[in-house]
Design a binder for this molecule. Structure first.
Ligand SMILES: [Zn+2]
Length: 403
C-alpha cells in the first residue's frame, strides 16, 4: 500500500489553487440555503457554474421547486465502477444574527478560519468535492470509471425530498460512496441511525381541586421517565461499538395537560433513540415496553402506548478490511503525512439511505462536528485544503485502480 506521493501525484495535486478553494467556499456561504425554507437554488447555481467552467457537465434535478439538487459526472470511462462524492447544499438556520461575531452569510476569514452558516455543515465538504473534480479536469486525467458528485437538497429536514428521493428513483446508484460530513478529515466508517419514538401515557382527568379523583398523566410520565433513566440508560451504555458511542435515548419533547385546574389525562413524550448497528426499531421499542411493564408491576396501573413513524434507515457499518476503506486510509496518510485512526460519525448522515445497498460507504469531510449548527460556525482553512487534496488523490487512485 502506497504511503508517500509519487511524482505524478505531487504534480496532480499542484492543480489545486488554495485561494480559489477558499473563494469558492465563500461564494457558497453567500448563497443562502438556510431553513426556513432551505432553498438550494442559489447554491446549486454557484456549483453548476463552477463545474461548467471546468468543462464538467451537470444537471439539476428536483422533487419540489425550491429544493433542487445537482448531479455531475466527471467525463471518464463508462465501464468502470461509479464512485459518488456526496454533500448537502442546504443548511440549518442561523438563529439570532446578533449572537454571531461574523456575518453568517458573508464568508468572512479570520485567524485561519472561514466563518458562516454551513462553513462546516456542509458547504466545506461541498467546496472540497467540487474543487476536487475541477482539479482533476484541469489536470486532464483519465479515470477508469465514473466519478460523480451529488450536491443535494433537503438533508437538514430529513432527506425525503433530497437523497432518499434521488436514491429511490434510481438517479444515484453508486458502487462506492463517500459522504461529505464533518469528521475533522478522518475516515469514518460507521454511524448510528436515528429512530423517533413517541411514548403516550394515559391518566384520568378530574377537577384540579379533587386530584384524588383522577390519575395524573404528567406525574405518571415523570415517574416512568425516571424509571427509564435508572434502568434503561445503564443497559444502553453497556453496548459497545469500536467506532461509535453507545446507543442512546434522548427525551426531546414533552407535552401534556390542557390547563392548570384540570388533572391531565394524557402526556406524550417524543424520544430520540439512536440505534447501533444490530439494533432495530422493533427491538428498541420492545426494550422500552418491557421496562415500562416492569415499572407498572410495582406501581399504580400504567396505561401507555409506544409509537414510531417514518422510515428508519439502515446503519452504515463498513468493515475495516474493505479495500475501499483501506485505500481511503492510505490516501489520507499520503496527503497528511501521518497515520490517522479510522473513526465513526456521531451524527447521522444521508449515507444511511444507501446503507441497505451493501456498498462500501465512508464519511469524510473537513470541519469539527461540534461546531455544526452552532453560532459562529467555522472551518479551518488548513482542513479545507487538506480535504480537497485527499479527495483528488483518492478518486484518482481508486478510479485508476492503483493501490
Ligand atoms: Zn450535514
Amino acid at each position: 500500500m502506497k504511503i508517500g506521493l509519487t511524482a505524478a501525484e505531487t504534480t496532480l495535486l499542484e492543480h489545486i489553487d488554495p485561494p480559489e478553494v477558499i473563494g469558492f467556499l465563500q461564494e457558497l456561504l453567500c448563497a443562502r440555503s438556510d431553513y426556513p425554507p432551505g432553498n438550494t437554488t442559489a447554491v446549486i447555481d454557484v456549483v453548476s457554474r463552477k463545474l461548467a467552467a471546468a468543462g464538467i457537465p451537470s444537471r439539476e434535478t428536483t422533487l419540489s421547486a425550491e429544493k433542487p439538487s445537482l448531479i455531475a459526472e466527471f467525463p471518464g470511462s463508462q465501464d468502470g465502477p461509479t464512485l459518488l462524492y456526496h454533500a448537502h447544499a442546504d443548511t440549518v438556520g442561523a438563529g439570532d444574527l446578533e449572537d454571531w461575531a461574523y456575518d453568517p452569510f458573508g464568508g468572512e476569514v479570520a485567524d485561519g478560519f472561514i466563518y458562516g452558516r454551513g462553513a462546516g455543515d456542509d458547504k466545506g465538504s461541498l467546496a472540497a468535492q467540487v474543487m476536487a473534480l475541477v482539479c482533476l479536469a484541469r489536470a486532464g486525467v483519465t479515470l477508469n470509471g465514473r466519478l460523480q458528485i451529488a450536491a443535494v437538497a433537503d438533508e437538514e429536514s430529513g432527506g425525503l425530498a433530497g437523497t432518499k428521493w434521488l436514491h429511490d428513483s434510481g438517479q444515484l446508484q453508486p458502487d462506492f460512496l463517500l459522504v461529505g460530513e464533518q469528521t475533522n478529515n478522518n475516515v469514518a466508517i460507521a454511524e448510528r441511525v436515528a429512530c423517533g419514538i413517541d411514548l403516550i401515557i394515559y391518566g384520568k382527568s378530574a377537577h384540579g381541586a379533587t386530584p384524588w379523583e383522577g390519575e395524573n398523566a404528567i406525574l405518571k410520565t415523570a415517574q416512568a421517565l425516571s424509571w427509564l433513566e435508572t434502568r434503561l440508560f445503564p443497559q444502553l451504555q453497556k453496548r459497545k461499538h469500536p467506532f461509535l458511542p453507545s446507543p442512546t435515548l434522548s427525551i426531546g419533547k414533552i407535552s401534556g395537560g390542557t390547563q392548570w385546574n384540570i388533572v391531565p389525562d394524557q402526556c406524550t413524550v417524543a424520544m430520540d433513540r439512536r440505534l447501533l448497528p444490530g439494533e432495530t426499531r422493533e427491538s428498541a421499542m420492545a426494550e422500552i415496553a418491557a421496562l415500562l411493564d416492569e415499572y407498572a408491576a410495582y406501581t399504580t396501573p400504567l396505561r401507555y402506548e409506544l409509537t414510531s413513524e417514518g422510515e428508519v434507515a439502515a446503519n452504515i457499518d463498513t468493515p475495516v478490511t474493505t479495500p475501499f476503506v483501506r485505500a481511503a486510509a492510505a490516501a489520507l496518510q499520503s496527503v497528511c503525512g501521518e497515520r490517522r485512526d479510522l473513526d465513526g460519525y456521531v451524527q447521522t448522515s444521508d449515507g444511511r439511505w444507501f446503507a441497505a445497498d451493501n456498498i462500501p460507504i465512508i464519511i469524510f469531510g473537513p470541519g469539527d462536528p461540534a461546531l455544526a449548527h452552532a453560532v459562529n460556525e467555522r472551518i479551518s482553512i488548513e482542513q479545507l485544503i487538506e480535504a480537497t487534496r485527499f479527495l483528488v488523490l483518492f478518486a484518482w487512485r481508486w478510479l485508476t485502480q492503483e493501490e
